[in-house]
Design a protein around this ligand. Sequence first.
Ligand SMILES: NC(=O)c1ccc[n+]([C@@H]2O[C@H](COP(=O)([O-])OP(=O)(O)OC[C@H]3O[C@@H](n4cnc5c(N)ncnc54)[C@H](OP(=O)(O)O)[C@@H]3O)[C@@H](O)[C@H]2O)c1
Length: 295
Amino acid sequence: MRAAVVVRPGQPPSLADRGEPSGDVVVDVLAAPVTPLDRLCAGGKSYFGVPETPYVPGVQGVGTVGGRLVWFPTTAGMAPGDGSMAAKALARQEDLVFLPEVDPVLLAALGLSAVAALQALKSLRPGETVVVLGCGAVGQAAIQLAHLAGAGKVVAAARSAEARDRATRSGADVVVPLEDVGEAARDADLLVDPLFGPPAAAAAEAMRPGGRWVNLGGSASETSPVTSSTLRSKSLQLSGYTNNSLTAQRRSDAISAIARHAAAGVLTVDHEVVPLADVAEAWERTGQGRVVLAM
Ligand SMILES: NC(=O)c1ccc[n+]([C@@H]2O[C@H](COP(=O)([O-])OP(=O)(O)OC[C@H]3O[C@@H](n4cnc5c(N)ncnc54)[C@H](OP(=O)(O)O)[C@@H]3O)[C@@H](O)[C@H]2O)c1
């Protein structure tokens, strides 16, 4: 079958012929997104260690099982085994999420990025002010999900004009360049942070006492210059979050909620559909929004 295959850690995958998987559940894959986690794992420098090669990357996908539309996760790159970027992929029955009628490509684009955004907003109370850093897939989902959860105001801060345009289209009430986040985050209640680094520290400094800061990633930097006085003077609540700690049931509930919103037309992220054959060229591309490979 046709598959994207990582032959050497640190190099992009390329199209190859690979034996079909066999096991309990074989998914006929329709769409698989290329995410920062896929690139991190394939790079061989993640906290998951160096992946065994060759392997098929792709930690999630959308396809069909017995004619029914499903979303499924894999552990490709984090543990031995193949992932979703192939015509067929192996999944565990308990991990399958049966979907309503929804655009498979859009759901693949949202996927675990939207799950992380949803979980980061769990503590949101109606009327609160949310600050969202960066406006990739996580950021776009967070802005829309915050409004759906009753946020009073959503402030988005992003480095590029393209990302700020995405934030505006996602419905952010205030959109600023990253360097202005300190002013824009004044008295905010909740910080959704996939970036870390200086922007998160600046936003944290501006939050209200008792504000909650949820770190999801380190797209800007692995370290942040936040000071002890910033954290303790306002009793800020800083927490880290990973989707990997979700139980299959909670992940399924989250994907189902995201699928309902997507099917209702109230949740979307910019994405670009790329044929599987072009995976090598599209692997590092981010400018046009989330790349989704179509099988
Ligand atoms: N914890 C979890 O479970 C979980 C789940 C999903 C994602 N994540 C993490 O969350 C982060 C974002 O994921 P995503 O799916 O939204 O990725 P994405 O769609 O590729 O978006 C990445 C965003 O980060 C911005 N960015 C990249 N480098 C930056 C820098 N040096 N300074 C400022 N902004 C920068 C980009 O800005 P431009 O558009 O301006 O280039 C883009 O808006 C990643 O680190 C990812 O690993 C974590």
